[in-house]
Design a protein around this ligand. Structure first.
Ligand SMILES: Cc1cc2nc3c(=O)[nH]c(=O)nc-3n(C[C@H](O)[C@H](O)[C@H](O)COP(=O)(O)OP(=O)(O)OC[C@H]3O[C@@H](n4cnc5c(N)ncnc54)[C@H](O)[C@@H]3O)c2cc1C
Length: 381
């Protein structure tokens, strides 16, 4: 049986980036993947346009028990490195928001670039890894099609969300077997369920601000049949808490506005008055009282204003992993070197990408993490 220098489990963004470095270093490498195509999540990312990096990437945009773990990998392969890499492959790109870069044409441009960088490295598709054992200095990788041997292994098996693309928890199982802790996993970057709103509001979208603990998040919010979605809610889902306050008119002190409207245009209903700032249907949902605004006491107006400027929710829960963009939690970074991505519990065992307890914010941070951690693992394995 051939004894490879390195076997990479997972041909996603992290695994392929690692493979490219190993190819440069002329190591003998085999990539094993359960699917029939590489980097399937990259191909669907960013709505098919792949938001491949964010130049604001630093540890403050990452979640997990120890977000500072990303500091060294992000310094070794920076967002600018990603951008230069994209340029070197002549991929056309756009900066949709400051620092947030997307492919101009197709996310598959990134997949093709990753594949071209691994050169002649072999990928065994449709091959599912069931387990890894270590005997002396050799890893034995067990799959549904047979066993493979390597001196080092890189676990780049990703998260558990979007299961229809082919996912497994084998990375967690292997890590645990070698003594690593697994932080509880949960869906993230996804819509939230809540009973606080009527399903009649489904389809309405508006700019909003969500406050969680003391963090303020801004972006579009979309009402759904089961709760709320849209970019600002996706970001809120990262916090994993049922409590938050939504400001439906972030730039307006609605109490001041209502008091002045009461003086100027007292014959209008409060809901119709509010329609100036928020969609009519939402205004009528938040204020069902049919009286004219002139008939409201200021204390009553204050209560209504609070519903618009600080609507409190305490029952928000994430939808299932199936529709979440990423999996929060995963292999604890505790016993892993951020300088090399090697396990401190088992020589030759490396990790990269979403399989770890590192989750990036919405905006290209997750792929940047996959690239940075994959780069470092590939440089050291
Ligand atoms: C719809 C969607 C949109 C997204 N958009 C963006 C975006 O625009 N920007 C951004 O930064 N991030 C985005 N993300 C997140 C980003 O795509 C992922 O975080 C990133 O691709 C993770 O890379 P990875 O290499 O760690 O894991 P993955 O890409 O998940 O790769 C893991 C690989 O391991 C293989 N594998 C798993 N188990 C086994 C096994 N037992 N045996 C063999 N192989 C196995 C899988 O088949 C898979 O190919 C998006 C995610 C989704 C789902």
């Amino acid at each position: 049986m051939k004894n490879y220098d390195v076997i990479i489990i997972g041909a996603g963004a992290a695994g392929l980036m690692a493979a490219a470095q190993l190819h440069e270093r002329k190591k003998s490498v085999l990539i094993i993947d359960m699917g029939n195509e590489p980097a399937r999540k990259v191909a669907v990312s960013g709505g098919g346009k792949c938001n491949f990096t964010n130049t604001y990437a630093d540890y403050t945009h990452y979640f997990g028990k120890n977000p500072r773990f990303v500091v060294s990998p992000l310094a070794q392969w920076t967002p600018i490195d990603t951008l230069n890499w994209v340029k070197s492959h002549n991929i056309e790109f756009t900066e949709k928001e400051p620092g947030r870069y997307f492919c101009k044409n197709d996310a598959n441009d990134i997949v093709n670039a990753l594949i071209s960088d691994i050169g002649s490295t072999g990928i065994k598709y449709n091959t599912t890894v069931d387990g890894v054992n270590k005997s002396d200095d050799t890893f034995i990788i067990k799959t549904n099609t047979g066993e493979y041997q390597a001196k080092s292994v890189i676990i780049a098996t990703g998260g558990l969300s979007y299961a229809h693309l082919g996912v497994s928890n084998i990375g967690h199982v292997i890590a645990k077997q070698f003594g690593h802790k697994i932080e509880p996993i949960r869906p993230a970057l996804c819509a939230l369920k809540t009973k606080s709103f009527s399903s009649d509001l489904a389809g309405i979208s508006l700019p909003a601000q969500i406050t969680i603990n003391k963090t303020k998040l801004n972006g579009d919010l979309l009402f759904t049949h089961f709760g709320i979605g849209g970019p600002v809610v996706y970001r809120a889902s990262l916090f994993g808490t049922p409590k938050m306050a939504i400001n439906f008119a972030p730039n307006t002190d609605i109490f001041e506005f209502l008091k002045s409207a009461k003086q100027k245009n007292g014959k209008k209903t409060v809901a119709n008055t509010l329609s100036e700032f928020i969609p009519n249907k939402l205004a009528h949902f938040l204020c069902t009282d049919p009286r004219n605004i002139a008939d409201f006491k200021d204390t009553e107006l204050k209560q209504i204003a609070n519903k618009i400027n600080s609507f409190e929710i305490d029952d928000a829960s994430t939808i299932g992993l199936q529709s979440a963009e990423v999996t929060a939690g995963g292999i604890s970074t505790d016993k892993i070197s951020s300088k090399t991505m090697e396990s401190s519990l088992c020589n030759g065992l490396y990790f990269a990408g979403e399989v770890l307890d590192i989750t990036g914010d919405l905006g290209g941070y997750n792929l940047q993490w996959a690239f940075s951690s994959g780069f470092v693992a590939g440089l050291n394995a």
